[in-house]
Design a protein around this ligand. Structure first.
Ligand SMILES: [Zn+2]
Length: 372
């Protein structure tokens, strides 16, 4: 098992801001109260009060009217505060140089609290982070968290300038040992089919995906013909948005399956290092380039391979993959034209499918890099 932390910016609403402030305060109070308690106990008879004893005392304290407000915040965050204090003490005893644990002040310590995921009470979905007592907080998700990662814990913090962040810790199964590379696959990017591989295969999108893709195109056309501001157009807009979501979910699902299959079958996958943004701008393909999911597919492949100690190798994009004969190395300038789909090598006579030849070259170059 390995851990990975992701830090996300979160945007609490006014109500949540009040609750966060309350939690920061309670966590600090708990920390300071039992720090004081531990110090006094130690001075008295040189014994230590352990975590369990502190937690028991805290449970009692919450029952009193004076401290009833502690019940308003995430109870796990208070327990975590006691654990942090316990760790600080243990570190001090192990290594006195680290210094005696200090009281936390509102002024000198960053507002933060930690909580642990129990039975899915913390989760990230569709731009929101679900937190106990706080509810759904809007979150800026700048990268996809692999679906097999298990959420373990969260630390919420507030910067002095008032920004909120959630540092989310995930656990995943990993095989950190690098695998010996025996089997290689080259992938040549293709705008329509995603790629062609060095064995001549291309991904087979399921029929239902092609069908919903077609349906989306049809409904988009309908929408474009509708009068702006009309009620029907509004209805159609929602219909298109829903279809769009369905198509992108189906594609994501397919890309997961496809990258899983490749990862299980090969030790090293070689691809061209493509700048998709520049490509879509230069070729003005816009939509089709960004929509075919290549970037997402590469990301899925990379982490799935790495989780098994396997490799993804990127080959320089200036590498003349489609013009070089993968058999003898002869460079055939005549194939520069994209319309040439197949050719015979004038040097060795080998017959080439343009894309498969490119994929083989990418595989061979990737193999060279992997062993370099
Ligand atoms: Zn040749």
């Amino acid at each position: 098992m390995a851990n990975k932390a992701y830090k996300f910016r979160i945007y609490p609403n006014d109500e949540q801001i009040v609750l966060f402030a309350k939690t920061f305060g309670c966590v600090r109070l708990v920390y300071n109260h039992w720090l004081d308690r531990k110090i006094k106990q130690y001075e008295q008879d040189k014994t230590a009060v352990g975590y369990t004893a502190c937690a028991k005392e805290m449970a009692e304290m919450k029952k009193s009217e004076e401290y009833a407000f502690l019940k308003e915040v995430d109870s796990v965050s208070l327990q975590q505060s006691l654990r942090h204090l316990d760790t600080a003490f243990q570190n001090f005893f192990k290594q006195p140089k680290t210094g005696f644990p200090r009281f936390k002040s509102k002024k000198h310590n960053r507002n933060s609290y930690s909580t642990v995921c129990i039975n899915g009470n913390i989760a990230i979905s569709e731009g929101y982070l679900k937190l106990p007592k706080i509810g759904q907080v809007r979150l800026k998700q700048h990268r996809t968290v692999p679906s097999e990662y298990k959420l373990k814990s969260v630390t919420v913090s507030q910067t002095p300038s008032g920004k909120y962040y959630a540092s989310v810790l995930f656990e995943y199964e990993s095989n950190n040992e690098e695998k010996e590379l025996h089997s290689f696959l080259g992938l040549d990017y293709s705008m329509h089919e995603l790629y062609k591989d060095s064995n001549g295969n291309e991904p087979q999108y399921p029929r239902y995906y092609r069908q919903s893709e077609m349906k989306l195109k049809k409904e988009q056309r309908k929408l474009s013909l509708m009068q702006k501001g009309s009620k029907n157009r509004d209805k159609q807009r929602i219909k298109v948005a829903k279809l769009h979501e369905r198509v992108s979910n189906q594609r994501k699902d397919f890309l997961h399956k496809q990258s899983r299959q490749i990862t299980n079958a090969y030790d090293c996958v070689c691809i061209e290092d493509l700048d998709m943004k520049a490509m879509s701008q230069a070729l003005n393909f816009g939509k089709s380039v960004s929509d075919n999911g290549w970037g997402m597919f590469v990301a899925f492949l990379k982490y799935k391979l790495e989780a098994q100690g396997k490799k993804l190798v990127k080959v320089d994009k200036f590498f003349a993959s489609s013009q070089t004969c993968s058999c003898c190395g002869y460079v055939n300038k005549g194939t520069k034209d994209l319309a040439v789909r197949a050719w015979d090598c004038p040097e060795c006579g080998m017959h080439h499918d343009r894309d498969v030849n490119a994929a083989i070259n990418i595989r061979n170059e990737g193999m060279r890099i992997a062993f370099a």
